[in-house]
Design a protein around this ligand. Sequence first.
Ligand SMILES: *[C@@H]1O[C@H](CO)[C@@H](O)[C@H](O)[C@H]1NC(C)=O
Ligand SMILES: *[C@@H]1O[C@H](CO)[C@@H](O)[C@H](O)[C@H]1NC(C)=O
Ligand SMILES: *[C@@H]1O[C@H](CO)[C@@H](O)[C@H](O)[C@H]1NC(C)=O
Ligand SMILES: *[C@@H]1O[C@H](CO)[C@@H](O)[C@H](O)[C@H]1NC(C)=O
Length: 196
Amino acid sequence: MEMSASKSLILPLLTIALFVSLAQPATAAKASRPAYTNFVKTKCNTTTYSSLCQKTLIPYASSVKTNSTKLCKAALDVTIKGAKNASLTVSALKKQKGITRTEASIIKDCIEDVKDAVYELKLAVEAMGHLSDEDKEFQLSNAKTYASAVITDADSCTDGFSGRKVNPAVKKMINSCMANITKLASNALALINHLY
Ligand SMILES: *[C@@H]1O[C@H](CO)[C@@H](O)[C@H](O)[C@H]1NC(C)=O
Ligand SMILES: *[C@@H]1O[C@H](CO)[C@@H](O)[C@H](O)[C@H]1NC(C)=O
Ligand SMILES: *[C@@H]1O[C@H](CO)[C@@H](O)[C@H](O)[C@H]1NC(C)=O
Ligand SMILES: *[C@@H]1O[C@H](CO)[C@@H](O)[C@H](O)[C@H]1NC(C)=O
């Protein structure tokens, strides 16, 4: 009885060990394609926040390969993720104890701004998917317009503080979330600007 109990433990452990050892070569194979990583690094060099660019986009290197359009899409996707994350973080603030009516109202507006930003980012991704259409110049300029609108949205959130009494900790947290969106969007925009 005891014997089989320990055996039944060993098998799953061995299975896990096997999976872990099988997983290793796959990771190694990915890492052994420095060309794709270098492509991302070189492209990120044209951005303002290049280390953030590398950190967020190197994970996409193996799917992007050397396709600049795919890299731009990845940058937009990363910005969508960052914006959604910021929205969750900002929403959570609203439920904090001691949040004033002013703060709640600023937070509500910010959540709207971020929602707009996510919408525009999705439109930018869509435009990037139409670059082989006849109206590619139009699509490209739309993508640029949408990506820069995201920065405007983040600014209009933080503009909400002006002249109002806000808890410094709340302000700091919102500013940091919006700064993240701005940096990610600015990187995506730079990559789109340097597409060709
Ligand atoms: C990035 O730019 C710097 C200087 O502007 C250069 O020294 C470096 O080699 C570049 N890196 C890549 C990966 O292109
Ligand atoms: C890059 O990827 C896009 C899809 O995002 C595709 O339409 C395009 O043909 C690819 N470009 C090259 C040069 O492979
Ligand atoms: C999302 O936000 C949390 C903080 O609320 C942070 O710990 C996490 O790293 C963020 N993730 C991204 C992708 O920005
Ligand atoms: C901002 O981005 C950084 C880097 O991606 C991440 O570590 C941090 O958690 C993010 N903060 C928020 C509030 O999303």
